[in-house]
Design a protein around this ligand. Structure first.
Ligand SMILES: Nc1nc2c(ncn2[C@@H]2O[C@H](COP(=O)(O)OP(=O)(O)OP(=O)(O)O)[C@@H](O)[C@H]2O)c(=O)[nH]1
Ligand SMILES: [Ca+2]
Length: 936
């Protein structure tokens, strides 16, 4: 379009050109399409309406009217709901008038409110002669419209990738230099209303009627027309975006059928009483809110769920799709259980509330009804299905939200949507899978799986995970089959093919009846990252969680592996004992010699008692076994020789354990630094544990070292089982079994140098940091090779992690673990052996809590005081580093109840965090309860 067209006034031939369209949702982050008035005379027109009735003499373009007037006609042609969307941008004031009348109005150039279809007008009323209402019938199908003006080359271009909207209009023209297209005008119209033009190749010339497009509001007496999108005219062409323009995450510009209460803010829409603090039920269509006195009158028998009587038949507000079928407290009070169930079922399953296919875009193309059905009924359908833009890699089955990493692997080869675009997931890695540039996190997954990604490769990945480089014939391997993939994908929140992912997801999804489309299943996943300094007890807590929350905490396979680990651990403990035995024997012999020497010098002549034997000496058979075991341990291949050795040596173990020399050594186990305290648990049952038919109990597994994961990373999906208490108290956790949690335990070593792997965990909801209280008198070698107090090493790790950029704004829960050991140790070893704790001066009553008196029992023990003190130390440290509040839990890792309480604290913090976003600051400052079990 020539530049001078910019000066075309908004008023032309007495017609005011303006459009109005409402838009709700979050603010847009990108430019708004601008409507620039078009001088019709400047538009080359090419009417190609191959109707026999059009004779050559009509030099002017003819546009077929899209039938607006009778929604029923449209319904028939599209098999859609009988009523137009309440969210429609467009007012149907002319419904009563025949469709041709509406066009007539346009043709006459009167300023009117028009049907959606009347964005298209005719320059000559003459054209009318050739229109007949019946034409609309052949314009049936679905899809957005594009009107290309002049330049045919663009006619196939899909207009607005950002919108899956029921009502979007986008105009672009050549004035907008950023778009290389020639002058074109694109119009997308309420898909509920408009037949598809796909099959109609006509290039249509257009004019804009002056249309004030308004929201439909024929419904409530107190409803107000909702203005949807405002197309700015020339005067307002100032680049300022209306506040009304908001973009919601679905990228579907939806028009909400909004109703406004006449009463004061927050009052019931019917009786106009109450405030926003009174309990109210909300209409899932228009958002009208009713108090418990009015709700049944306003909503009637609710054949489609919670809708005002006048909203029945209307599609729901998509923002409320999540809540479908989730009953409120109010309804539960007003209705009996059966009624509630019926209403909730109706709400979920009734026709009117189902997802409209045209709100779902796959690879940029809106779906038709059949495609939606294909997607929903395939063997492995997309989860959490709601309106929006998705990409789908038909070859591998990878599926994701437009602009995002894949979220799922669905059934491949479904004939839905358009071809995948290279920028579908907005990747910038220059690595490609099936023609899509993959995201950073996918690249990381490939790298962790050992796939060579150097040199910008293009991979071809099949549904079974087999992959090859493009252009090459040989399969390079199977991505999903690679070692550790399950874990890597779980941690990186990447999908796996459904079969292999089932161990994680099964228990959750099996609740759902598969015959029902489960796109309303919207359970949130909260990720908890569990990390701590080595030995702090993270894997114990992880295992406790498994035992607490999983029906089958460990699979057969896992148990088999754990058994081997435990058995080789026990051989290891024996090795440490045998080493200790040698040491004690030598010491003892040296002592003897010394004594003997003193004896000899004292009483010459009577020194023949020493036969070279001490209490620590063993016989030749056991000595040979001992030598073999120690040698194997030194070479470090105990696990390689084991378990073949078990059978052979098992009888010897019994003999060894019963040997007085070993018992004497074991009695001095406190002197064997290498021997962990848990070893007693196994050594005392060594004979049983080392049998070939040994089956570890849950407790054995809990106590076992080294069973969590070889690479320091472990992941557990769980939900908190509903307790009887929760059920009875109508608590916030009523539906908690619906929330899913994922506990990810990572070994500090697994974070890499400078914690370079930490950003893998950027999407966790909370970090649980574990410190062992009993570490305060322990020492360990730090990174520089010097011996450092373990409490201080833990503190250092804590500092690094809480200040890591990945965890800015992250909630932290500090677990102070091993309180059992600590309580006992603090009586012997002063806390001040750590510099950091040198100002611990407890005022301890001389009457210790172990005294029988009740009043004294209420005073805290030294251990509790010390815990309190340490918690404050960490809280202050955290607050000085982050300016925020640290939550602290006291834990005994070996006690299930204690771990359960700590993880429920974590849940509370997450919930609390979520709630906080709903309350204004002033409101939530009233909340004085802290989610922590402890507050200084
Ligand atoms: N007494 C006692 N022992 C505990 C407690 N929690 C853990 N332990 C023991 O402490 C040891 C170390 O615990 P782990 O759970 O292996 O600690 P970790 O953080 O995984 O340590 P690494 O594997 O070294 O990283 C194990 O022997 C546990 O059985 C506790 O609350 N009380
Ligand atoms: Ca461990």
């Amino acid at each position: 379009m020539p530049p001078e067209s910019k000066s075309v006034p908004a008023v032309e031939d007495g017609i005011q050109y303006s459009f109005a369209m409402e838009y709700t949702g979050p603010p847009l982050h990108y430019g708004i399409p601008r409507a620039v008035p078009i001088n019709v005379d400047m538009i080359p027109v090419a009417a190609v309406v191959p109707q026999p009735s059009l004779s050559e003499k009509h030099s002017l373009p003819v546009v077929k009217p899209i039938m607006s007037s009778d929604p029923m006609t449209l319904k028939l042609s599209r098999e859609l709901k009988p009523m137009e969307s309440p969210t429609s941008v467009i007012s149907f004031d002319h419904r009563a008038a025949g469709s041709c009348d509406a066009s007539k109005d346009l043709a006459l150039g009167t300023e009117i409110t028009v049907s959606p279809t009347s964005v298209i007008a005719f320059e000559e009323s003459e054209a009318e002669n050739h229109r007949d209402c019946g034409l609309s019938g052949e314009l049936s199908s679905s899809g957005p419209l594009e009107f290309t003006n002049g330049c045919c080359g663009h006619s196939n271009e899909f207009l607005s990738n950002a919108t899956g909207s029921s009502s979007t209009i986008e105009f672009s023209d050549s004035l907008d230099k950023s778009r290389e297209s020639s002058s074109r005008l694109k119009v997308s119209i309420d898909l509920n209303q408009v037949p598809d033009w796909e099959s109609n190749e006509s290039l249509l010339s257009l004019d804009y009627p002056s249309s004030r497009v308004t929201g439909d509001c024929n419904n409530e007496s107190n409803s107000k027309p909702a203005q949807v999108v405002t197309f700015r005219d020339v005067e307002s062409d100032d680049g300022i975006v209306d506040d009304d323009f908001v973009q919601n995450e679905r990228q579907v510009v939806r028009v909400r059928r909004e109703v406004q209460s006449k009463g004061k803010k927050g009052a019931c829409y019917r009786c106009l009483k109450g405030s926003r603090f009174t309990d109210k039920e909300v209409c899932i269509v228009c958002d009208a809110k009713y108090c418990s006195n009015c709700v049944l009158r306003a909503m009637g028998s609710m054949p489609e769920g919670r809708k005002c009587v006048t909203c029945i038949g209307f599609p729901i507000d998509e923002l409320k799709r999540r809540g479908l079928g989730k009953c409120s407290r109010m309804l539960k009070k007003l209705l009996n259980e059966l009624e509630v169930r019926q209403i909730m079922n109706a709400e979920k399953f009734c026709e009117a509330n189902q997802l409209p296919p045209e709100y779902v875009f796959v690879n940029g193309t809106p779906l038709c009804h059949e495609e939606l059905v294909i997607l929903q009924t395939c063997a492995n359908p997309p989860k959490k299905f709601k309106p929006g833009n998705y990409w789908y890699d038909k070859v591998s089955g990878l599926w994701g939200k437009e602009g995002q990493k894949p979220s799922q692997i669905i059934t491949p080869h479904l004939n839905v949507g358009g071809p995948i675009r290279v920028d579908s997931s907005n990747g910038n890695t220059q690595v490609f899978i099936n023609g899509r540039e993959i995201t950073k996190v996918e690249l990381r997954m490939l790298q962790l799986a050992g796939v060579q990604c150097a040199g910008n490769p293009h991979f071809w990945v099949n549904e079974d995970g087999s992959y090859q480089e493009e252009g090459q014939k040989n399969t390079k391997g199977y991505i999903w089959g690679k070692a550790g993939m399950k874990l890597i994908c779980a941690v990186l929140s990447l999908p796996l093919p459904s079969k292999s992912s089932s161990p994680f997801g099964e228990s959750v999804s099996s609740l759902n009846c598969r015959s029902v489309p489960d796109y309303f299943e919207q359970r949130a996943l909260y990720k908890l990252l569990l990390v701590g300094y080595s030995g702090s007890g993270t894997s114990t807590i992880f295992k406790q969680a498994k035992i607490l929350y999983k029906d089958v905490p460990f699979s057969e396979d896992e148990r088999d592996n754990i058994k081997l680990t435990i058995q080789s651990n026990v051989y290891g403990y024996f090795g440490i004992l045998l080493e200790g035995r040698e040491r004690f024997e030598e010491e003892s012999l040296a002592e003897m010699k010394k004594k003997q020497f003193a004896h000899e010098t004292d009483q010459i002549g009577s020194a023949d008692k020493n036969d070279g034997k001490t209490v620590y000496s063993i016989g030749p058979r056991l000595k040979a076994f001992s030598d073999w075991l120690l040698k194997t341990m030194v070479t470090g291949n105990l696990e390689a020789i084991f378990p073949a050795a078990t059978r052979e040596y098992a009888p010897l173990v019994e003999e060894l354990w019963k040997d007085p020399a070993i018992q004497a050594t074991y009695n001095r186990r406190n002197e064997l630094e290498m021997l962990p305290s848990v070893s007693s648990y196994y050594l005392e049952r060594a004979v049983d544990v080392l049998r070939t038919d040994y089956e570890p109990s849950d407790l054995d597994i809990l106590y076992a070292e080294g069973v969590t994961s070889s690479n320091g990373l472990a992941c557990l999906d769980f939900s908190f089982p509903q307790s009887a208490h929760d059920k009875n108290t109508d608590s916030a956790y009523q539906n908690d079994s619906l929330f899913r949690y994922q506990l990810i335990r990572v070994h500090a070593r697994g974070l890499g140098e400078n914690f370079k792997w930490l950003d893998m965990f950027e999407d966790v909801g909370m970090v649980i940091f574990c410190i062992s209280l009993s570490d305060y008198d322990q020492f360990s070698v730090d990174g520089n090779g010097s011996l450092t107090n373990k409490m201080l090493l833990g503190k250092k790790l804590f500092e690094s992690i809480v200040t890591h950029p990945t965890f800015e704004q992250m909630d932290f829960l500090l677990i102070l673990n091993k309180f059992d050991l600590f309580e006992e140790k603090i009586e012997r070893v002063p806390l001040s052996c750590v510099d950091w704790f040198d100002d611990f001066h407890p005022l301890v009553s001389r009457h210790r809590p172990n005294s029988s008196s009740n009043s004294i029992n209420n005073s805290p023990s030294l251990g509790q005081l010390a815990f309190y003190y340490i918690a404050v130390k960490f809280k202050r440290l955290y607050s000085s580093l982050t300016g925020r509040k640290l939550y602290v839990s006291l834990v005994k890792g070996l006690e299930p109840k204690s771990v359960d309480a700590a993880l429920k604290n974590a849940r509370e913090i997450l919930k609390w965090d979520e709630e906080r976003t709903y309350f204004s600051h002033s409101e939530y400052s009233n909340y004085s309860t802290e989610a922590s079990s402890y507050s200084p």
